[in-house]
Design a protein around this ligand. Structure first.
Ligand code: M6R
Length: 372
């Protein structure tokens, strides 16, 4: 049911405030996260964890990369994130007391399932403690059946091939994991937990606030219609968000889009910048803002057309050739990447609509990649 939307992707983008509420439902009480949401044994499993390894594909991998920044920065817990197709074939060293987190919307992605089986085989043969957690949108999927612990994202059915609400709810689920691990291991103060929970509760409203900017993003989509390439920039947790924005654009509009950590510009991609390369940057009001601004200046000086998805507090003003979408305000370490991703989804959607592609079923792609 499209409910008056032109495409499922559009409907699913607009369902995100509700989807986030559904992910949180029953998982928080007052200003605390309920560790038992991960299963009755979660507390004892989390107590033993010395490091976290996230394995996933595509958009789910980008959620994992974002969580990697959170876990190391906020909890000081070592965390890796890797695409499943690489992890499964490179014979990685598995260390005792590693929590494996497999993220998948469908729970049927072949590479992610194969990586899970590999971890299982290794722990059985070596007697290692390698608990496996599935963050998944489909109950009774192969992934949830194989995992020791499961947290369902409760995003509701996602029909569009381009993942939107699944990604947002994966990030919320990973924030719940961050708090749960942090509590059990006493790496997170009750005050910090309360602040994170307050931020998560505010998220549906923050996302609504970002969705309001759709007309501006629809207008900006015109810049991309006749372009062949686009560059997405971000730093810190917003680098994975830039990667996700680039994936959305290439997947449904067939425009080549690449994401770069903004600090890497000088090491190569700056050579690409001219008036034919639109650049999209994500600018939260965080401690990397000044560095990001100077990266953006490097691009401006070379005539690149820029779109900046910004926290209003970042204090970046529009000027000719530089358009600011003030899509968020008062977002924090956890809520900023989740909120600032929303305009990137809308931008990709409207570029695809203008280019007349099959938005919900892009060529050559399947919703669930069940073969290698
Ligand atoms: O079902 P999964 O989350 O395991 O799927 C992983 C990827 O195939 C998926 O995220 C893909 O990258 C999306 N089409 C991106 O929008």
């Amino acid at each position: 049911e499209l409910d008056g939307h032109r495409h499922f992707m559009h409907k699913e983008i607009h369902e995100q405030p509700q989807a986030v509420s559904d992910t949180l439902e029953g998982r928080i009480a007052g200003d605390q996260v309920l560790v038992e949401a991960f299963g009755p044994e979660a507390r004892s499993v989390f107590a033993e964890v010395e490091r976290v390894q996230i394995v996933a594909c595509g958009t789910s991998y980008h959620a994992g990369l974002t969580a990697r920044y959170w876990l190391e920065d906020i909890l000081r817990l070592p965390c890796g994130a890797e695409v499943a197709s690489e992890f499964r074939y490179r014979n990685p060293v598995l260390q005792d007391n590693t929590l494996f987190v497999f993220i998948s919307q469908s729970g049927e992605t072949a590479d992610t399932l194969a990586a899970m089986e590999q971890v299982r085989a290794e722990r059985d043969s070596q007697g290692l403690n390698l608990p496996m957690l599935a963050i998944c949108n489909v109950p009774e999927s192969s992934l949830t059946r194989g995992a020791d612990l499961t947290l369902l994202t409760h995003a509701g059915p996602e029909i569009g091939v381009a993942s939107t609400k699944a990604f947002t709810t994966q990030l919320v689920a990973l924030a719940l994991l961050l708090v749960s691990l942090g509590k059990v291991q006493q790496r997170l103060s009750p005050e910090r937990e309360a602040r994170i929970v307050a931020g998560l509760k505010k998220l549906p409203r923050l996302i609504e606030g970002a969705l309001v900017h759709e007309p501006q993003l629809e207008a900006l989509a015109r810049i991309f219609v006749d372009k062949h390439n686009a560059l997405f920039l971000g730093r810190g947790t917003h680098y994975p968000i830039a990667m996700e924005g680039a994936l959305k654009l290439k997947e449904i509009s067939y425009i080549h889009a690449e994401a770069y950590p903004a600090g890497e510009l000088k090491h190569g991609p700056l050579a690409l910048v001219d008036e034919n390369l639109p650049i999209v940057a994500v600018a939260p009001a965080d401690d990397l803002l000044e560095k990001l601004k100077s990266n953006l200046q490097e691009v401006r000086a070379r005539g690149g057309r820029m779109i900046i998805i910004a926290d209003e507090r970042a204090g970046i003003a529009s000027e000719p050739g530089l358009e600011v979408v003030p899509a968020a305000t008062h977002v924090g370490r956890i809520t900023a990447p989740i909120t600032l991703n929303i305009p990137l989804q809308l931008l990709a959607y409207h570029v695809a609509v203008l280019r007349g592609t099959d938005v919900d079923r892009p060529r050559n792609l399947a919703k669930s990649v069940t073969v290698e």
